[in-house]
Design a protein around this ligand. Structure first.
Ligand code: SF4
Ligand code: SF4
Length: 437
C-alpha cells in the first residue's frame, strides 16, 4: 500500500488547481492545508524525510474530506486514498488511538452499544432541558457542549430502525429496493427515513430496511481505520442483499458514495478470495432513483376524473408554494444525482438558485466537531449565499449538510427551514392522496 501511495503521489503535478476549490484553503490561505501541500508533506513523511508529528497529523486532519480537490484535479490524483493512508500511518498518540479504537472498533460495530449511547445522549439532553439548569443558548448542543463538541441537534428517543417495519411488500409492486438509513438518518433525522418510506408506499414500491445494517463506515474509512471500515462494509453488503433488490436507496450523499465507491476499494484491499454481492451500480440517491424510474410529471399532477374521464382543464400541478433553494452536498458527485435533485425541486416548488450555490457547508462529519471555528467560518459564506437567494426552504439530500446548515442558520438568525427533498415530495404526495379521499 505504501508503494502504491508513493506512485499515486507522483501523479500530483503541483499545479495548485486544488487551491481554487478547497474550502479550508479559502479560509486559512495556508499551503500546508490544501491538497498540494498536504500531499507534499505526506510524500516527505513516507520517504522518511520528515518525522511523524502532531503538526503532520494536523495537516492531514484539518481537512473536510469534501474531495472537491479530487473532483477538480486535472491529473486525477486520488486525494482521498492518500489522505486516508496518511491518517492511517501518522499521529498515533495514545489518546487518538484509544478514542478511534473505542469509536470505530467498538461503538460503530455493535448496534446495541450504539443504540444505548445515543439513547443516553437523548435522555441527558431531555433531562437537562427539563431541569433548566443550563442557559437556553446551550441546550440544543447538550450534552456534547460539555466536551466542546457542540453541533448536536435534539435527538429523538426512537431511531428510524426502531420506528419502522423491517419490510413492506406490495403484491402489485414492480420494483423492490433496500433502504440504507445511515447513522444521521437513523438516529437524528428519522423523519427523513419516514418520508422516504412514505414516498415508496405512495408508489407501491416494495422495500426492506434491514435491521442488521450498521454505520456505512465512512468515518473509519476517512480517519485511517480501513479495517474497521471493511468490517462494516462486509456487514452492510450482506444485510442489504444487493442481488435480490433493484436498488439500494440512501437519503445521505456521503453514505451512498461510500457504498458505491469506498466499498469497492476496501474489498479490493482486504477481501482476498472472499466474494461479496456488492453491486455499486444499484446504490442510488433516493431522488436519483425516482428521477430514473418514475414519471415525475405524472406523479406531481392531480387528475380530476368525471365519469371515468380525465378532465384536462381540471388537471392540477402539485407544488409547494414557497421559495426553495438547493444545497449540493460535496459527496453527491456521481453522474445524474445532482441534476435529478435540482430537477425535482424545479418541478415541485418556486425554485431559486443561491448565488455560488455549490459552496461547501463546512460540515465534514468529525471535522465540524474538531475544528469548530473553521467549520463555522466556512459555513458563514454558505449561509450568506442562502440569505441572498431569499429562499424560505433549503433542500439538500444529505443529513450531515442539513445538520450543519440548520445549526448555522440558527446562529445567524435566519428563519428558513432546512429539509431533505424527499420530505417535500412526501408532503405533496400525502396531499394528493388526501385530495383523492
Ligand atoms: S492535487 Fe491535483 S490539483 Fe492539486 S496540485 Fe496536485 S495535481 Fe494539481
Ligand atoms: S478534501 Fe476538501 S478540504 Fe480537504 S484538501 Fe481537498 S478540497 Fe481541501
Amino acid at each position: 500500500m505504501k508503494q502504491e501511495c508513493l506512485k499515486e503521489l507522483d501523479n500530483c503535478s503541483r499545479c495548485g488547481k486544488c487551491r481554487s476549490v478547497c474550502p479550508v484553503f479559502g479560509e486559512v490561505l495556508d499551503e500546508r492545508l490544501v491538497a498540494r501541500g498536504r500531499l507534499a508533506l505526506l510524500e516527505a513523511y513516507l520517504k522518511g524525510d520528515i518525522e511523524d508529528s502532531e503538526k503532520l497529523r494536523n495537516a492531514l486532519d484539518e481537512c473536510l474530506m469534501c474531495l472537491r480537490c479530487e473532483e477538480n484535479c486535472p491529473s486525477g490524483v486520488n486525494v482521498r486514498k492518500l489522505l486516508a493512508f496518511g491518517r492511517e500511518k501518522s499521529g498515533k498518540s495514545p489518546l487518538n488511538f484509544i478514542v478511534s479504537k473505542l469509536i470505530f472498533r467498538f461503538g460503530l460495530q455493535f448496534r446495541t452499544f450504539y443504540d444505548i449511547a445515543v439513547w443516553l445522549m437523548a435522555s441527558a439532553q431531555a433531562l437537562l432541558k427539563h431541569l433548566e439548569i443550563v442557559p437556553s443558548s446551550m441546550q440544543r448542543h447538550l450534552p456534547l457542549y460539555l466536551f466542546q463538541l457542540r453541533r448536536v441537534p435534539d435527538m429523538p428517543r426512537k431511531s428510524a430502525l426502531k420506528l419502522l417495519p423491517g419490510r413492506q411488500i406490495y403484491k402489485d409492486a414492480k420494483m423492490k429496493v433496500a433502504v440504507f438509513t445511515g447513522c444521521l438518518g437513523n438516529y437524528v433525522y428519522p423523519d427523513v427515513i419516514k418520508s422516504l418510506c412514505g414516498v415508496l408506499d405512495s408508489l407501491h414500491i416494495s422495500y426492506i430496511i434491514p435491521k442488521e445494517q450498521l454505520c456505512c463506515g465512512v468515518p473509519a474509512f476517512f480517519y485511517g481505520d480501513p479495517k474497521s471500515a471493511f468490517y462494516l462494509a462486509r456487514k452492510n453488503v450482506t444485510a442489504l442483499k444487493m442481488d435480490d433488490v433493484d436498488a439500494v436507496l440512501s437519503p445521505c450523499a456521503s453514505c451512498a458514495r461510500m457504498l458505491k465507491t469506498g466499498y469497492k476499494e476496501l474489498f479490493n484491499r482486504f477481501a482476498g478470495d472472499e466474494k461479496f454481492a456488492h453491486r455499486p451500480e444499484k446504490v442510488m440517491d433516493i431522488i436519483e432513483f425516482l428521477d430514473r424510474y418514475i414519471d415525475l410529471d405524472v406523479l406531481l399532477t392531480e387528475y380530476i376524473e368525471e365519469d371515468g374521464e380525465i378532465e384536462p382543464d381540471r388537471m392540477r400541478r402539485l407544488r409547494i408554494d414557497k421559495k426553495v433553494t438547493y444545497h449540493k452536498p460535496c459527496h453527491l458527485s456521481w453522474d445524474g444525482a445532482d441534476e435529478a435533485n435540482r430537477r425535482i425541486l424545479r418541478q415541485m416548488a418556486d425554485y431559486v438558485e443561491s448565488p455560488e450555490g455549490n459552496l461547501c457547508c463546512g460540515g465534514g462529519g468529525l471535522f465540524s466537531a474538531k475544528y469548530e471555528d473553521l467549520s463555522s467560518k466556512i459555513a458563514v459564506k454558505k449561509i450568506k449565499s442562502i440569505e441572498r437567494s431569499g429562499a424560505e426552504i433549503v433542500a439538500t439530500p444529505c443529513p450531515g449538510c442539513m445538520m450543519q446548515i440548520r445549526e448555522n442558520m440558527k446562529t445567524a438568525g435566519l428563519p428558513g427551514k432546512v429539509l431533505h427533498p424527499v420530505e417535500l415530495l412526501n408532503e405533496l404526495l400525502k396531499a394528493k392522496a388526501k385530495n383523492r379521499g
